[in-house]
Design a protein around this ligand. Structure first.
Ligand SMILES: NC(=O)C1=CN([C@@H]2O[C@H](COP(=O)(O)OP(=O)(O)OC[C@H]3O[C@@H](n4cnc5c(N)ncnc54)[C@H](O)[C@@H]3O)[C@@H](O)[C@H]2O)C=CC1
Ligand SMILES: O=C(CO)COP(=O)(O)O
Length: 342
């Protein structure tokens, strides 16, 4: 049987990944050539973004300057994008996944396999107080889900600069199938049997990246940044193990762990906006609109989600860095408290 891949999402990362997947499916006989990509339709200079992508083969809004393979077909209809697919790649900002899953329920083949590239969690009234995005996909659509996450700033990946990434799987066959559509000589995939560890690394590092940006805005220097990264990694591991005892220590040494923390604290959007928060005094919401051109900040909302869980469970003192970052983002705490309160 040949597999048919569909991409759900077409932002900065979604488009970079489209370049990789579009290229890789052409290399193997067991993948169909066409890859549909769901685009949340919008107008760019009076024209539909889908039409621009399908004629110029470039996502001029979210990944300008990078050519996409011609077998990537932008589609504004989510159901049509996915109805004949056997492999679904979820790559929308985390706040939109619930609505995507709701629309797809009952509309896809139960034989589909999924992978999430999304860094974030879903707040839920369950024992943990949150749900993993892969669990949300599995539970709402009745299909198995892997997770891909790593030190992968989209533009650098799209420019084919060497990096690594991690795929977490429950079923090794699924892990290997997804490895085939993502791995390239400049985007090196390692697969591990730890979906939850890979996913929590991706979600939690976005909070710590805000911390990295605050340190830059305060001009505290490299030693302080390294301290934030170390304490951040410690809190990420402690949180993951507290909620999921099976998460593996080794996962934190994969690209999705320490490497992603380093790259995001050096060059990501969360870092950039947090630095500007210190230097301009403007709110994160305002800066997201002014600086990101429609791209979405994930770290502040994840800090809020995590703080909700930690405070409900009386755990704030055990996670001083994540708690302080939340308070700086949402309670007007002066940024310098990032080093005073931890
Ligand atoms: N950009 C990067 O360097 C990386 C991003 N990621 C993760 O990938 C995920 C997707 O991020 P990006 O592709 O960067 O997106 P983005 O932040 O560049 O773009 C936002 C996207 O959301 C779409 N959108 C806006 N309103 C929407 C709605 N109501 N419903 C559905 N979609 C809507 C926009 O059309 C656009 O495609 C995030 O979880 C992010 O953390 C992971 C690795 C690298
Ligand atoms: O996840 C990322 C790199 O691995 C991108 O991080 P930002 O969302 O902070 O840009």
């Amino acid at each position: 049987m040949t597999e048919k891949v569909a991409l759900i999402g077409s932002g900065n990362w979604g488009s970079a990944v489209a370049k990789i997947v579009g290229g890789n499916v052409q290399k193997f006989d067991h993948f169909q050539n066409e890859v549909k990509m769901w685009v949340f339709e919008e107008q760019v200079d009076g024209q539909n973004l889908t039409e621009i992508i399908n004629t110029k083969h470039e996502n001029v809004k979210y990944l300008p300057g990078i050519k996409l393979p011609e077998n990537i077909v932008a589609c504004p209809d989510l159901i049509k994008t996915c109805e004949d697919a056997t492999m679904l790649v979820f790559v929308v900002p985390h706040q939109f996944v619930a609505s995507v899953c709701k629309q797809l329920k009952g509309k896809i083949s139960p034989k589909c396999k999924a992978i999430s590239l999304i860094k974030g969690v879903d707040v839920e009234e369950n024992d943990n107080g949150f749900r993993l995005i892969t669990d949300m996909i599995q539970d709402s659509l009745g299909i198995r889900a892997c997770m891909l996450s790593g030190a992968n700033i989209a533009t650098e990946v799209a420019e084919e600069r060497f990096c690594e990434t991690t795929i977490g799987y429950r079923n090794r066959e699924d892990g290997e199938l997804f490895e085939a559509i993502f791995h390239t000589p400049t985007f090196r995939v390692n697969i591990v049997e730890d979906v939850v560890g890979v996913e929590l690394c991706g979600a939690l590092k976005n909070i710590i990246a805000i911390g990295g940006g605050l340190v830059d805005g305060l001009k505290l220097g490299d030693n302080t940044k390294a301290a934030i990264i170390r304490i951040g990694l410690y809190e990420m591991r402690k949180f993951a193990k507290m909620f999921y005892a099976d998460v593996k220590d080794e996962t934190f040494f994969e690209s999705c762990g320490v490497a992603d923390l380093v790259t995001t604290c050096a060059g990501g959007r969360n870092r950039k906006v947090a630095e500007a928060h210190v230097t301009t005094g403007k709110s994160f919401d305002q800066l997201e609109k002014e600086m990101l051109g429609g791209q979405k900040l994930q770290g502040t909302s994840t800090a809020k989600d995590m703080y909700g869980i930690l405070s409900k469970k009386g755990l704030c003192k055990e996670f001083p860095l994540m708690t302080t970052i939340y308070r700086i983002c949402y309670e007007d705490l002066p940024p310098i408290r990032i080093v005073e309160d931890i």
